[in-house]
Write a protein that binds this ligand. Structure first.
Ligand code: NAD
Length: 373
């Protein structure tokens, strides 16, 4: 077999169930290397609490530089109660924020797809969510989470004042809007852009600049504007009206969690964070499940690895243009669900649950069947 060129992937398992779900992805990467003539080179590093335990630092320079040199990073999850009282700069989440900021991962993509086999796992009526397929594009490196000035300062009469600043520039808005329009072109061709232009100047700028970019470069894509609070309501009332939702960092944080829950379980939700294209034409990217480190089920073999596995499928699509292989994984996941195999988080009533490892193994079996081997 002729091997295609090496692709460097960095695995950062992190904390809690992170290592458990990343372990299942590792087996799938190895399956691809063996069965599809690929040559993914895997490296690993500590991040979050696991890194703090060893180095007193949530991400070391060594791991950070490995991430810079990789073509794609796969992250499990970080955090846990053990680290909740650490000072701000040492907390596991700082590693994530550093990676997002330094890799300039400005566009966060979160698909919310309702698998027909899991329609009953949602708290909404089946007719509302059956066939749901939304892509949320959230700006990730600007807005109120990064804006200056920020901080807590003492003021007169013994009170304190907390400040965060919500700010966006034209180019920050255009680069993330461009990702949303490009995605829409390959889907149902509609972008709904959400902000609070009724009460925020930065929201007004967002609306104007998204419209200007659409009118200049994406005339064939339909663009709708919606206030972010209305979008939250519409997501619960009639989510199928949406195709691609484009929004800023703060509103995206909230709206993507609402969209996430439409589909039932956190264990089913992948995500991709894309950066700028560098001089070599490569885009930095990090892929991670939406869920956290789930301390309540850590070490029990109960974690659903499908969100992590589908994050890897997103990596194949967005970092390596391997759409066929990405589809193969998504089909394998569908087939596993059609056979009634469920981890505890997605099982119904008295159904038997399978373990993290059994779910990973089931996906590999389906991949092998689909490949006709
Ligand atoms: P969580 O996502 O870890 O867990 C919420 C609930 O969903 C829990 O009951 C958990 O058991 C369940 N769950 C999550 N993922 C699952 C999976 N794959 N399979 C089955 N069940 C799953 O959120 P939390 O409990 O609010 O946070 C726990 C820790 O994770 C905190 O320290 C938090 O800061 C951190 N966190 C990290 C990230 C990240 O690394 N990107 C994201 C969110 C939360």
């Amino acid at each position: 077999m002729i091997k295609v060129k090496n692709r460097k992937i960095l695995l950062l398992p992190g904390d809690g169930i992170g290592p458990e779900v990343v372990n299942e992805v590792k087996k799938i990467i190895e399956w691809f290397n063996k069965n599809k003539s690929l040559d993914f080179k895997i490296d690993e590093g500590l991040v979050g609490g696991a890194s703090y335990d060893k180095h007193k630092n949530p991400i070391t320079d060594e791991v950070f530089y490995k991430a810079l040199e990789s073509e794609a990073v796969i992250l499990g999850a970080v955090g846990g109660p053990k680290y909740d009282n650490l000072e701000f700069s040492k907390r596991p989440e700082r590693a994530l924020l550093k990676l997002r900021k330094e890799l300039k991962l400005f566009a966060n993509l979160r698909p919310a797809i309702c698998f027909k086999q899991l329609v009953d796992a949602s708290s909404l009526k089946p007719e509302i969510i059956s066939g749901l397929d939304i892509m949320i594009v959230r700006e990730l490196t600007g807005g109120i989470y990064f804006g200056e000035p920020r901080g807590i300062v003492p003021i007169e009469n013994g009170e304190r004042k907390g400040t965060n600043t919500h700010t966006y520039t034209t180019s920050e808005i255009h680069r993330v809007a461009r990702v949303a329009f490009e995605l829409a072109k390959k889907r149902k061709n509609t972008v709904t852009s959400c902000e609070k232009s009724n009460v925020m100047e930065a929201g007004m700028l967002w609306r104007e600049e998204v419209q200007a970019l659409r009118d200049k470069e994406f005339k064939k894509v339909e663009l709708k504007h919606m206030l972010a609070d209305n979008c939250a309501m519409q997501l619960v009332k009639d989510p199928k009206q949406f195709d691609v939702i484009l929004t800023d960092n703060l509103f995206g944080d909230l709206l993507s969690d609402i969209a996430a829950m439409l589909t039932g379980s956190l264990g089913m939700l992948p995500s991709a964070s894309l950066g700028i294209v560098n001089a070599n034409g490569k885009r930095a990217a990090m892929y991670e499940p939406v869920h956290g480190s789930a301390p309540d089920i850590t070490g029990q073999g109960k974690a659903n690895p499908l969100a992590m596995i589908m994050s890897f499928a997103m990596m194949l699509r967005y970092s390596f243009d391997m759409n066929e292989d990405s589809n193969l994984i998504e089909q394998a996941v569908q087939n596993v669900l059609s056979k009634g195999l469920r981890t505890a988080d997605i099982k119904q009533g008295s159904e038997n649950a399978i373990s993290t490892q059994e779910m990973g193994k089931a996906v590999i079996s389906e991949l092998t069947i689909l490949l006709g081997k």
